[in-house]
Design a protein around this ligand. Structure first.
Ligand code: ADP
Ligand code: MG
Length: 710
């Protein structure tokens, strides 16, 4: 049942189900606590000698908080989360109950790996895999009706060491960017910094529908989106919804979600209505990248669980309703040093601003060199319907800086041969007002897939159902590559005896010239941009399968291998999984669409024809003017029915013939044949929908679906 009685204060419950630093400090001997901290901050490997003590403390804490089971919690490559529960309580040799959770249970577990996708890296007979504790993300308890499970964030590997999860790649990528960012800071003479962390905040958009009504539609039940359904014309203007009052029912749900997540240490700072009717958004406070990705999975799991309790149907799909805004998951990201300084924060201090511009231009350089990886990271089935549609960025990667920062970069670019003096002057002059200008000006362009928003970048292309580990891995990788190149150029100049500031300005100029092709300050939704992007030659892929292909671009493979993020074999496996997931997803849509037409729409049209014909026949002989129009209406319904029968048969045949092909050709067939055919079918079905009696209608229509009153 939804939480009703107890309304604890957020501050009292915050983090209460996380085995966090407070708990560790209280429950562990000092030396062990410090050893563990060092491992958690990634400063040293975890000493397995302390595992037993940590496990004991963790077990006592978990049991005292009602947990009955423990599980290694990980993200398999299919973007879900997985866990295998083991009870704490067993029995000793006398048959008496005994709670057991040993160091080795904490460190490593052996879930059967055979049911998780491996993309062919592992033969099926060799089903074993193991999960290993990732101490950089804290353990937590997921409560259930009668107890709870201690979840231990873990990586998941096959026995040959090849990753079967997303976290391993993410951790490698964050490490790649963090070490290179450290190097940049060192080149600027900064010796005090102990580490740099990638920071991420993922804004989660979603739809909520009345569950009993939504579940009457097979498309919503099985695909999480509508495959049929006409939009009622008078609902076109929905601006009133955005930032309007959140419906009471939704607010009650959101409050429960926020409270449960607060206990898990996830702080959902904002909640509001989104652009579409029944669309909403949650944004957590950003944190270290690895934890942010774990938290986003927890947010989605918690939201799903509570939606059921509130009789709501939650949709994470990128495009649940035709002609309406889709849902994205904006990934905000930056780098932060051990002193808590945001490396993407512009500054009125000249020196700090040059450091800022160095990080900024290195990132853009990485993007301009490897836009394909970013595009691949958001090439998912749901995004096929979203990107380039209403209020979603186009399927082209570009970077938007905002006038203030763009003009600083321009000034440096145009610095010419006066050793950057002109640039220095412009920078200094523009500075006093900078923070205001940046915040104001960068907020306006919502059309860019990658926008600088004052003190961070925002990647707007990721889809709402995605695990953000994938785009985050891509972002860290391209930034690491950009920084590496930047560092090399900067270091060479410094080694020649140049002052680091002058050397940096020259390097910024050099890389800015190189990355100009990817920068665009205008309206990314416009036709002009499409033309311009074509001219610049930066359109890398037109379809989702082409986007997935970009994972295997030789240049990208080389970069990812070089940075130690993916081995070629691992990338091939990941590629296969992405392609298979695309195919499976749309295959289900094809099947469900066919079923809905044959089970629901076609019989309904027949009933309508009978109804029309019966009443029309009664008019025979009455000589009413215009009665023939009635006949042509019946003919129109009959034609639609015939068309639907024919086209859905074609769809079924197409589905069968595609299934015989290899995955890549299957995917190609989906894009070139199945999707257009499904669009045709939908058009016909939707065109007759308004002429069908409410009594006969097999499924709730858009108007009913998009109303949250019970
Ligand atoms: P905006 O006004 O640009 O939407 P918000 O302050 O509302 O920015 O933040 C949007 C999201 O970005 C939030 O999840 C927030 O925690 C996150 N965010 C803010 N600063 C950073 C940062 N330095 N690194 C990563 N994410 C950040
Ligand atoms: Mg938003």
């Amino acid at each position: 049942m939804p939480e009703t009685k107890d309304f604890p204060k957020m501050r009292d419950i915050y983090g209460s189900l996380v085995f966090d630093k407070r708990e560790m400090k209280q429950r562990l001997p000092k030396d062990i606590y410090e050893n563990l901290m060092a491992a958690m901050e990634g400063r040293q490997k975890l000493d397995s000698g302390i595992a037993d003590t940590v496990a004991l403390a963790m077990k006592d804490w978990a049991i005292s908080n009602g947990a009955t089971h423990w599980a290694h919690w990980f993200h398999p490559l299919n973007e879900q989360t997985a866990e295998k529960h083991t009870a704490f309580t067993t029995s000793d040799e006398n048959g008496f109950p005994l709670d057991i959770f040993r160091g080795k249970d904490l460190m490593q577990s052996e879930p059967d790996a055979s049911s998780f996708p491996s993309g062919g890296t592992r033969s099926t007979f060799e089903a074993r895999g193991y999960s290993a504790w990732d101490p950089t993300s804290p353990a937590f308890i997921v409560k259930s009706a009668k107890g709870g499970t201690l979840c231990i964030p873990s990586v998941f590997l096959a026995y040959d060491g090849s990753p079967l999860d997303l976290k391993t790649f993410l951790l490698r990528a964050t490490q790649a960017v963090e070490t290179r960012a450290m190097k940049t800071l060192k080149l600027f003479g900064n010796r005090g910094v102990r580490y740099v962390r990638a920071t991420v905040g993922g804004e989660q958009e979603f739809f909520l529908l009345d569950r009993p009504r939504a579940q009457q539609r097979p498309d919503i039940r099985f695909c999480g989106r509508t495959l049929l359904g006409a939009r009622p014309p008078r609902d076109q203007k929905m601006e009133d919804h955005y930032f309007g009052a959140i419906p009471t029912r939704v607010l009650a749900y959101m409050e429960d979600v926020q409270r449960d997540l607060a206990r898990l240490g996830v702080n959902l700072a904002t909640r509001h209505n989104e652009a579409s009717r029944c669309q909403f958004e949650f944004a957590p406070i950003f944190t270290e990248a690895n934890l942010a990705c774990d938290q986003n999975q927890l947010i989605m799991e918690t939201m799903r669980k509570l939606a059921r309790q509130h009789e709501l149907r939650l949709l994470f799909h990128e495009k649940p309703f035709m002609g309406m805004n889709g849902s994205g998951k904006h990934v905000n990201f930056s780098l932060e040093d051990s002193e808590g300084r945001n490396l993407l924060k512009p500054s009125t201090n000249h020196r700090k601003n040059v450091v800022f511009l160095s990080f900024l231009s290195s990132f853009i350089l990485g993007v301009s060199e490897y836009p394909g990886l970013l595009q691949a990271s958001v090439s998912t089935p749901g995004n096929m319907y979203r990107l380039g549609g209403n209020e979603a960025p186009p399927y082209i990667i570009s970077v938007y800086l905002g006038e203030a920062v763009a003009s600083m970069v321009r000034a440096i670019e145009e610095g010419g041969d006066d050793e950057g003096a002109h640039a220095k002057k412009t920078l200094d002059l523009g500075l006093p007002k900078l923070p205001d200008i940046v915040a104001f000006d960068s907020d306006r362009n919502r059309t860019s897939p990658l926008a600088f928003t004052g003190n961070k970048f925002e990647f707007r292309a990721p889809g709402s159902s995605q695990a953000i580990a994938v785009p985050t891995t891509a972002l860290c990788a391209v930034w690491a590559a950009g920084l590496e190149r930047f560092n090399k150029l900067l270091e060479a100049r410094i080694n020649k005896g140049e002052d680091p500031m002058d050397a940096a300005i020259k390097t910024i100029r050099e890389v800015s010239k190189a990355n100009r092709n990817i920068r665009f300050e205008g309206d990314s939704y416009s036709e002009e941009w499409l033309k311009e992007a074509k001219k610049r030659g930066i359109i890398k892929a037109h379809t989702i399968p082409e986007g997935i292909d970009l994972l295997m671009e030789p240049k990208t493979v080389k970069m990812l291998e070089h940075l130690g993020i993916f081995k070629k074999k691992e990338l091939e496996a990941f590629y296969t999984i992405r392609l298979e997931s695309f195919v499976k997803n749309i295959d289900i849509e094809m099947a469900v669409m066919g079923d809905m037409i044959w089970e629901g729409i076609l019989p309904c049209i027949s009933k309508q024809i009978l109804l029309e014909k019966g009443s029309r026949d009664m008019l025979d002989g009455l000589k009413i003017q215009g009665v023939e129009k009635w006949s042509s209406h019946i003919v129109m319904l009959a034609k639609a029915k015939l068309d639907l029968m024919q086209k859905t048969r074609e769809l079924a045949e197409l589905k069968e013939s595609l299934a015989k092909k290899d995955t890549r050709s299957h995917a190609e067939g989906i894009v070139t044949k199945a999707v257009p055919l499904m669009e045709d079918i939908r058009k016909i079905a939707d065109s007759v929908e308004i002429y069908l009696s409410a009594e006969y209608k097999p499924y709730p229509n858009y108007r009913n679906l998009l109303s949250l009153s019970a």
